[in-house]
Design a binder for this molecule. Sequence first.
Ligand code: CDP
Length: 211
Amino acid sequence: MRVIAIDGPAGSGKSTVAKALAQRLGLEYLDTGAMYRSVAFAAMRRGIDPDEADQVARVATDLDLRLEADGRVMVDGVDATVEIRGPEVTRAVSIVAANPGVREEMRRRQREWATKRDGGVMEGRDIGTVVFPDAELKVYLDASPEVRASRRSKEVADLAYETVAADLARRDALDQGRAHDPLVEAADAVVIDTSDLSVDEIIAAVLAHLS
Ligand code: CDP
């Protein structure tokens, strides 16, 4: 099994790099953040408060979640591709992702995904530390808070830079400070600060670590 783990905070370049790498290596790509976002979306749609831990964990276990090869995300039969990236889900997702019951179920699905394919490029927060601690390569991407907020605010055109920066800082704190599977560099991860690197430079830096 060939697993490449790409972890790091929002706006560090994970998605771009993970997708490019998957294509280069002929592997499939899994966005585990989209899975946590889908749980948050499904809970909200069912009128469940993100703080209701038991109910949200139940949503995670009985969720019909399909991440299609073309990037579409189907949640309980509904196309949620756009909504899972929206401000409401983004506001709730880190609370949902701190729920140990949700994490256990997502971890199980992520391992199953990779086992079925004999590997893949997986991006997230805890792939190299928890989901696949034996991954062939673990990459931890980072960048300054300002660079990450500016990248993200270019993607979400309808939100002001300050709003995006405040959201990122809040999510960073929740993701790094939670009790279960916090965002942290694996001891054996290749750490790359992408603040001043182009996409091609980041990909080259990652490929240099693959034999
Ligand atoms: O794309 P962005 O970096 O904004 O976030 P994402 O990768 O879509 O992840 C959204 C949220 O899901 C993160 O802020 C984490 O709270 C959670 N997450 C997680 O806890 N573990 C993962 N492996 C992936 C995401």
